[in-house]
Design a protein around this ligand. Structure first.
Ligand code: FCB
Length: 472
């Protein structure tokens, strides 16, 4: 583990992420990266012609976001982008996963393109490419333009076509400057947290709407894929899903069946259309009144071949049977080994989920596109007056999950890379700025960034890898 007084010298951190020099994760072609998303870090919500998005609206509604926080300032990364990309470079990672803000790029219902925003992202891509850092671009990380929400948001089929236009504009302009295009980040969250549980924008609670939103999100993905392929033939195209495996609260038949239900609704409702071109029958049979309207041709678009599937992995779900609409509940975790989000730390679930995904013959190459933990980090000052953050729990979390990824890789899973969430502390959606996921600590008052022990540990791991590769 890290020394008490982290000096900032990465030698102190050598190999604390626990990988041996001959680990398959340290091979040259395995991609290490860090991830962020536009709304969570950019701020500058009215700069250079950006229009409002559903999260601006949601934040403005009392009681939606902790402390009434919003994204207007965040980490000011729109303005400080060069500094932040410098941090990525300093870590020595191979790739940076970030999202482009749809409400900056397309500013009205007519599809008008905002050149200032395009120039901004082009500069970021050039910066990364010039330094050999692979840009992994997410096109939709939840910031739906408000003008589309006014027309029904993801309940309106036209939104899927609007997304395809936006994807076309971006991929035409940036083409192969982007190494990898991810269409959607976690459509489960957009559909279920946004339209069923009401805890994300637009804050609706209605199963039928959630299922329809899910279908239109997947359709948006399916319409965008062929456009990106034409515009960026050398780039990878894929999608990112959040999957938490389910385990029964008690080892009873009822709870085990509840797990099957939960996995089908939360995982297979998204995975099966992508891999097999159909929705899981048991889900539709359980909720026939909520079945989405699907038009001929939709499922073929949705199940087009992908270059990669991104997995965002944080925890597992403990599931119990319940006499409610869903047929199951996932009570909050009350164990001691929870993160600051209250999520159970369960690295074995990463191995299990990767293996589960790899079993399907149509699964493309896999990436862990997000993994990390929130902790109540504190900025301290060391003997030399330097800022330090001893986030030892995060170091341990990353170590255990990297080892879990290594186990999956060693058993034949086509795992191509791993991204830590997140580069910086940032706006954690309904939790606002309370929850810190960053490798870099952000002091929101001064906007100063300080590497935490976890950042230094990742940097040391990248140095170790370079050393062992040059030896070969
Ligand atoms: C994921 C989101 C990401 C971040 C992490 C903690 O669901 O993709 O934006 O909030 O959770």
């Amino acid at each position: 583990m890290t020394r008490e007084n982290a000096s900032g010298n990465t030698d102190d951190y050598c190999n604390i992420l626990g990988l041996e020099e001959d680990s398959p994760l340290l091979r040259e072609d395995f991609i290490f990266g860090v991830a962020t998303a536009a709304f969570q870090i950019e701020g500058a919500s009215d700069v250079d012609g950006r229009v409002p998005c559903i999260w601006d609206t949601f934040c403005a509604e009392p009681g939606r976001v902790a402390n009434g926080d919003d994204g207007s300032r965040a980490c000011e990364s729109y303005r400080r982008w060069e500094q932040d990309l410098g941090l990525v470079q300093d870590l020595g990672v191979d790739a940076y996963r970030f999202s482009i803000a749809w409400p900056r790029v397309i500013t009205d219902l007519h599809g008008t393109v905002n050149q200032l925003a395009m120039d901004h992202y082009r500069r970021q891509l050039d910066f990364l490419n010039e330094r050999g850092i692979k840009p992994f671009v997410t096109l939709y990380h939840w910031d739906l333009p408000q003008y589309l929400q006014e027309r029904g948001g993801w309940l309106n089929r036209d939104t899927a076509y609007a997304f395809a236009h936006y994807a076309d504009v971006v991929s035409q302009a940036f083409g192969d400057r982007v190494f990898s295009y991810g269409t959607l980040n976690e459509p489960w969250c957009s559909a279920f947290l946004g339209y069923l549980y009401g805890i994300h924008a637009p804050g609706i609670r209605d199963r039928k709407q959630a299922y329809q939103a899910a279908h239109h999100l997947l359709l948006a993905h399916g319409l965008a894929v062929p456009k990106i392929r034409v515009n960026a033939p050398a780039a990878d195209v894929g999608i990112v899903l959040n999957i938490s495996p389910s385990d029964p609260l008690e080892n009873s038949l009822a709870d085990r069946n509840a797990c099957l239900l939960a996995d089908m609704e939360n995982r297979d409702l998204f995975l099966q259309p992508l891999l097999e071109g159909c929705y899981p029958e048991p889900v539709l049979n359980r909720h026939p009144e909520s079945a989405p309207l699907v038009l001929p041709g939709d499922m073929a678009l949705i199940s087009a071949e992908l270059d990669f599937l991104g997995l965002n992995y944080y925890t597992r779900n403990r599931v119990g049977a319940a006499d409610n609409d869903a047929g199951y509940v996932t009570p909050p975790y009350d164990g001691a080994d929870a993160t600051d989000m209250g999520w159970e730390i369960f690295p074995q679930g990463l191995t299990r989920t990767l293996r589960h995904l790899a079993r399907h013959p149509r699964t493309p190459a896999l990436y862990v596109t997000e993994n990390g933990m929130a902790s109540a980090d504190r900025l301290e000052v060391d003997d030399q007056g330097k800022g330090v953050v001893n986030d030892n729990a995060r170091v341990r979390y990353l170590q255990r999950h990297l080892q879990a990824a290594e186990v999956a890789l060693a058993s034949g899973v086509k795992l191509r890379g791993y991204f830590a969430w997140s580069l910086l502390d940032n706006f954690e959606w309904a939790e606002g700025y309370n929850k810190r996921f960053g490798l870099y600590y952000v002091d929101y008052a001064t906007q100063q960034r300080t590497p935490k022990a976890s950042a230094l540990a990742l940097k040391a791991l990248m140095q170790l890898r370079r050393k062992s590769l040059t030896k070969q």
